[in-house]
Design a protein around this ligand. Structure first.
Ligand code: FAD
Length: 285
């Protein structure tokens, strides 16, 4: 099913992100997690691609499992900066064989010890390439706090417009902890003519390591309210987990009340946390 058809004026979608297991773990190790997450009835589940040392081969297998075995729509991520056109075409062929209809087209991070390939420089070029195959519905990533490589927010939003013009039908945002940043970003999108649904990326922070990791990886700014809570419960793992869930629920309630198209929950493959959040906001969507 085309995920774009799921968006409705007066409804907010709730979707999940999962990642494949580390290269050293068998793919079966996540099946229990997928089954539990699918039972929570998300609108769809997105599956990351080679991010954070996970095996990208497994993206297709996991997206296929979610869609074909658990009956939940899936979106497979795909990155391009380290791939040739032929490699991308091969991966897309695999997706098609497994009945996957939706893809999240990404550039991927440029890492110093892996010089990029030259076939694709930006996600917009990958988006156009996938669109030309005619086989997939395409989503793109966006950055309420501006992508770290961009010169400024104007350049970044103009580049986002190129991605949408190339064929990105909806957008999923990078995580953020301050809703005002997302609302400002929505206004910039309107001004730039980016008029597709935008899902707000929410990550419940439920342990201390996650905070450091998230900030160093994506540069999200931490509002004082958030750091006070995290510092207050830093030495009590259970309380920190509950406070992190409460903070995410608070963000989500405000986002729903403000009419966002969707909430994309970075589940970190943690069904317990996802369930607590679904229980808290399920009736509000
Ligand atoms: P782009 O849209 O290409 O943007 C990258 C930079 O290039 C930006 O600064 C932009 O302003 C600039 N730019 C874009 N187009 C142009 C142009 N035409 N001319 C000049 N500059 C331009 N990474 C993974 O490895 N695997 C994943 O599964 C994954 N999933 C993600 C899911 C989400 C929802 C998000 C938000 C990110 C994800 N990432 C993932 C991280 C992502 O790959 C990185 O953030 C990457 O650095 C940028 O990817 P992009 O697709 O947003 O790039």
């Amino acid at each position: 099913m085309n995920i774009l058809d799921m968006y409705k004026e007066d409804k907010t979608l709730l979707s999940f992100e999962v990642f494949p297991p580390k290269k050293t773990s068998p793919i079966e190790s996540v099946y229990g997690v997928l089954e539990e997450l699918s039972s929570l009835n998300p609108a769809y589940v997105s599956v990351t691609y080679g991010a954070g040392g996970t095996a990208s081969d497994n993206t297709c297998a996991i997206a296929s499992k979610i869609k074909n075995d658990y009956g939940v729509e899936a979106i497979a991520h795909i990155t391009c900066v380290n791939s040739t056109k032929q490699q991308v075409a091969d991966v897309l062929g695999q997706f098609k064989e497994h009945n996957i209809e939706n893809v999240l087209a990404l550039r991927g991070d440029i890492v110093p010890d892996l010089p990029p390939q030259t076939d694709f420089r930006y996600a917009s070029e990958l988006t156009q390439f996938i669109k030309d195959t005619g086989d997939f519905h395409i989503a793109g990533a966006c950055y309420p706090e501006v992508h770290p490589d961009a010169k400024d927010e104007i350049e970044d939003i103009m580049n986002l417009k190129k991605k949408v013009d190339a064929g990105a039908e909806f957008l999923i945002s990078q995580l953020f902890f301050d809703n005002r940043i997302f609302y400002d970003f929505q206004k910039r999108c309107q001004l730039a003519g980016v008029n597709v649904p935008i899902e707000a990326g929410i990550m419940p922070v439920v342990n201390k390591n996650q905070i450091q990791r998230m900030v160093s990886l994506c540069g999200a700014s931490l509002p004082a309210k958030f750091t006070h809570i995290m510092n207050r419960y830093a030495h009590n793992p259970e309380a920190l987990r509950d406070a992190g869930i409460a903070y995410a629920v608070d963000q989500i309630v405000d986002l729903i009340a403000n009419g966002v198209s969707g909430i994309h929950l970075y589940t970190m493959n943690n069904p317990y946390v996802a369930r607590r959040i679904c229980d808290a906001v399920g009736n509000l969507l």
